[in-house]
Design a protein around this ligand. Structure first.
Ligand code: ATP
Length: 611
């Protein structure tokens, strides 16, 4: 994409044509009726200036003729007045209709493109969202691209209509004196060239700004994000972030001002050159009238039509410039929409029943864009219905293993099998239906308490009775009933008045994870990290009910949680270093045993300190 800025003019022009065709095709497919109406309206509308010039000429000539004959009679003039009035009314009606159609087309296209971009983004892999280059692409595409499409369409139809109007006026001026056309039209070519350079400069600037724009967005979001505000206040970080934000914005403004000045200067020079030509031509037309080869009506037409032609050529150059600029910006959207998810459904198998046997076979993995291997030749089998705990230091690779099992990423080497089938061959939707998961960093949705649970199995779990049942299973029923509006309490402070503590959110998130009651795989990543002792106890007392018949993966640093598992798998720096039951691992006297001993010593030390 970077080379778009260095492309030779011919290639760039081809790109503009391709992009323009893309927009027109998408628009035609989306709203064919509106576009047809608009084309008809614009064609009719474009005949107006020429018709008006013709009527004005007729009117003036009728007045001159009548007065030369010494008549005091309006009869020869009246038809021209009626034509003029009718034309003005038709013009107003057409303006109203085309404006209305154009507005509706803009609205429809804006919604269509916004939806398409969002839908496409949600289909992309998580790894794209972690890729800075992709973030730049997305930033550029987000830069009001749907606005650019709407702008393109508006300008395109204006260009279409103006071109037709110009042809009409040129025919009239040509009939008066071909020299007028031969001089007026070429003067606009350098202006067109200038406008094109301006558009390219604006696009180049925005293109190169993507990363800086993201930084600016980041600083402004940090300054207004409620999760950051306590630290921003206490550490007095606001002036620092404000200054960084201001520096970026100031650079943008300086660059824009420079461009803006060049634009104004160009417009001024063009207006000056054109005016000089206009008055020279006026002198010639006046001479032709004095010679008797033109009428007074022709002078009126010349003055009016040349002025209109000048205005239209200027706006034509403006339309062309904006169209070129829009098509360059639209390139960003085309690039974004062209990116395809790598994680897809393969042959899309949907086995009739999943028993829940999981096998990691020689799995190695590095996060996309990172050279560091996070999982190294991991082999591991979990039998159906087994409860397994993944244990290891921070950064050992436990959560990564879970993300691979959910196919948020695919292994770089090896395979993960579910009931003997490679995950890559199973339909993605189907696979996700089989997994009930609570991630370490779970989402806190701005929604009611009931919906925060129901979203775990949407739309299957919409009845309040079912939601409450899950609430009871996850031991959050009492907590929710204590809220101001019970299950209807709106959570989060963006739209509601009530929020939860960290531990309360974790309990609710856990309930959401349990909403898929029939999923054969259950994954809980640090489910008890912020729970108080009572909540943890309540959860464990129900654990058999929750996990029975499901293959369960638990990730935890707490032995109270680890003890729920029959099998324990110890990971260290992306490798499986020990597996076995709690007792077996203690007897092995390896990493697990020393980790357990350390925790025990901590517990005893805390006990002693309390004495
Ligand atoms: P913890 O107990 O702290 O939750 P973990 O065992 O779950 O740790 P993972 O989250 O799997 O560890 O992380 C394993 C390694 O992968 C870490 O070294 C981390 O830096 C790296 N890592 C995790 N997520 C990403 C990511 N999205 N992109 C790049 N590297 C990542």
């Amino acid at each position: 994409m970077d080379n778009i800025l260095n492309q030779p003019l011919r290639r760039l022009a081809r790109k503009i044509r391709t992009n323009a065709r893309w927009v027109l095709q998408v628009s035609w497919e989306t709203c064919p009726g509106l576009i047809s109406g608009l084309i008809i309206g614009k064609i009719l509308n474009s005949a107006m200036p020429a018709a008006l010039a013709w009527i004005t000429r007729g009117l003036i000539n009728a007045i001159v003729e009548t007065s030369q004959q010494g008549l005091r009679d309006l009869t020869p003039i009246v038809p021209w007045l009626v034509y003029g009035l009718a034309l003005v009314l038709i013009n107003a009606l057409l303006d109203f209709l085309t404006e209305n159609l154009s507005r509706r087309l803009s609205d429809r296209m804006q919604v269509h493109m916004d939806m398409q971009t969002l839908e496409h983004s949600t289909r992309l892999d998580l790894s794209w969202l972690e890729d800075p280059d992709f973030q730049d692409i997305a930033q550029r595409a987000k830069q009001n691209t749907s606005g650019q499409i709407v702008g393109f369409l508006t300008e395109f139809f204006n260009l279409f209509s103006n071109s037709l109007k110009i042809i009409g006026i040129i025919i009239i001026l040509f009939a008066i004196d071909p020299l007028i056309v031969l001089i007026t039209v070429p003067t606009v070519l350098p202006y067109l060239w200038f406008k094109w350079r301006q558009s390219r400069a604006r696009f180049t600037k925005e293109f190169r700004r993507a990363t800086h724009r993201r930084w600016a967005n980041y600083f402004s979001s940090v300054l207004t994000n409620r999760r950051y505000i306590p630290e921003i206040k206490l550490l007095r970080l606001a002036p620092l972030f404000l200054e960084r934000y201001r520096e970026l914005i100031r650079t943008f403004i300086d660059e824009d001002r420079h461009l803006h000045m060049r634009n104004l200067l160009g417009n001024f020079v063009f207006a000056l050159v054109f005016s000089v030509f206009f008055y020279l031509l006026f002198a010639r037309v006046a001479w032709l009238v004095l010679e008797g080869s033109l009428t007074v009506g022709d002078v009126a037409i010349f003055a009016g039509a040349t002025k209109t032609l000048r205005d239209m050529l200027i706006s034509l150059a403006g339309h062309v410039g904006k169209i070129m600029e829009s098509t360059l910006f639209i390139e960003n959207l085309i690039i974004l929409l062209g990116i395809q998810p790598r994680i897809c459904s393969g042959v899309g198998l949907t086995p009739e029943r999943i028993r829940g046997r999981i096998e990691f076979r020689n799995v190695s993995f590095a996060y996309p864009g990172s050279r560091r291997t996070v999982l190294n030749n991991v082999s591991l089998t979990i039998e159906p219905g087994e409860i397994v705990a993944l244990v290891g230091k921070n950064g050992a690779g436990k959560s990564t293993l879970v993300k691979l099992l959910c196919r948020l990423y695919d292994p770089v080497e090896g395979a993960i099998l579910l009931d003997g089938i490679d995950l890559r061959e199973i339909s993605l939707d189907y696979l996700h239906q089989q997994i009930a998961v609570v991630f370490q960093q779970a989402a806190h949705f701005e929604a009611s308490a009931a919906d925060n649970i129901a979203l775990g199995n949407w739309p299957g779990l919409s009845a309040r009775r079912q939601v409450e049942e899950i609430g009871r299973l996850a031991q959050v029923d009492e907590m929710i009933r204590d809220m101001p509006d019970g299950y209807d309490t709106m959570l989060g402070r963006n739209f509601g008045e009530y929020d939860l503590s960290g531990g309360q959110w974790q309990r609710l998130v856990l309930a959401r994870g349990l909403a898929k009651k029939d999923a054969p795989l259950l994954i809980l990543d640090e489910p008890t990290r912020t729970l108080d002792a009572e909540s943890e106890y309540q959860l464990f007392s129900e654990f058999d009910k929750i996990a029975t018949g499901r293959t369960t993966l638990l990730i935890s640093h707490r032995f109270t949680t680890i003890n729920l598992a029959r099998q324990i798998v110890v990971l260290d720096r992306g490798r499986v270093i020990e597996t076995g039951t709690h007792q077996e691992l203690l007897e092995k006297a390896g990493y697990y045993a020393s980790y357990y001993e350390l925790k025990e010593r901590h517990r005893q030390l805390r006990g002693l300190m309390r004495l």
